[in-house]
Design a binder for this molecule. Sequence first.
Ligand SMILES: Nc1ncnc2c1ncn2[C@@H]1O[C@H](COP(=O)(O)OP(=O)(O)O)[C@@H](O)[C@H]1O
Ligand SMILES: [Mg+2]
Length: 396
Amino acid sequence: MKKLRVGILFGGRSGEHEVSLLSAASLLEAIDKEKYDVVPIGITKEGHWLTASDAENLLQGKLIIEPRQLRAGDPETTQPAAVLAHGEAVVVPPEPVHRESGLVPFQTDAPLTRRASDRAINVDIIFPVLHGTFGEDGTIQGLLELADIAYVGAGVLGSAAGMDKDIMKSLFIAAGIPIVKHVTILRSAWERDSRKVQKRVESRLRYPVFVKPANLGSSVGISKAHDRKELGPAIEEAAKFDRKIVIEQSVGGKTNKAREIECSVLGNDEPVASLPGEIVPIKEFYDYHAKYLDEGSELIIPAKLNKAETKKVQELAIRCFQAVDCSGLARVDFLMDPLTRKIYLNEINTMPGFTAISMYPKLWAASGLKYVDLIDRLIEFGLERHADKKRNQYSK
Ligand SMILES: Nc1ncnc2c1ncn2[C@@H]1O[C@H](COP(=O)(O)OP(=O)(O)O)[C@@H](O)[C@H]1O
Ligand SMILES: [Mg+2]
């Protein structure tokens, strides 16, 4: 049987570029090379696409991923970093290429092509391990749809909806999923009349509140405003990153931090949920530093929840996945009031951190699905989704 050719797409223009390199490094190391031909495809921070036909040889020795290195986002010793440093240019033409094999080419930039065989890199499916802007937000998915290339994970709509904290909340409300109270404001409204915005926020919410850019990740641009004095600067900070700003009620009090529960979902039309896990951030909340730089935040797997709470988290995670029309995979994050134990859905991540020691794969491992098998399942679901879509007619 012919081996399936899998393009692993990583890097990208988002603030989570380094995190993506580490996710891809883990994936490249773990993926079953007996089963798949693997093509690494990196996107630089500037947005250039590069591949390396001899990626295997770019680095000698074994990949080392230590927790500290992961937190520091240091990609120096990873194969993906080497592809970005020494790769050859490739592009994806935004048009379907029909061949009897159903394969589609990646065409190398003519002037940079070194060998004729580099001209077209046919892949059966692309695994985008891209986090954040231009990766998790439907843009890459749109390109792959135009090119008619199968890919792992959520489609255009699910990705875009799962990226936008305002839209996702509307979908959760429509689906009857519990979330904290929130107010969405536009940057332009704030700049026009900040007093009015402040009044609106204060009429709906009590301090402390969380102020977030609607479309970002890794806690970038997010702050906790403890009082009116802190609200303005928090909005100004979020407004650097998006025209839409979400302000929401804080879960937990001064002394009792919100509990952060996460659950992994896998599948297409019949998604299943993993055991939930818990994150205990070292800081007041799980900000960028606590996520990637500071030591000491803890992952607890499985989360210390009773049976009913575990079931509720799993059920809500699946409903959330369906509410945003997700497919393939997602990590669904909750906030739990430490005193009342009430559970609120916080957000869905359609391309969660994917190193072997990230929460998404670890929750599956704890639920009985090994990382290497998880990769197989995700590829299967991506192919299934593509085949299912092929059944659609686009005109009568
Ligand atoms: N309403 C809230 N109550 C308490 N903590 C919150 C709330 N919203 C966010 N946080 C804290 O901020 C972190 C980042 O917020 P989140 O909405 O998950 O953004 P991101 O998409 O950047 O991960 C959360 O992990 C949590 O620690
Ligand atoms: Mg989060």
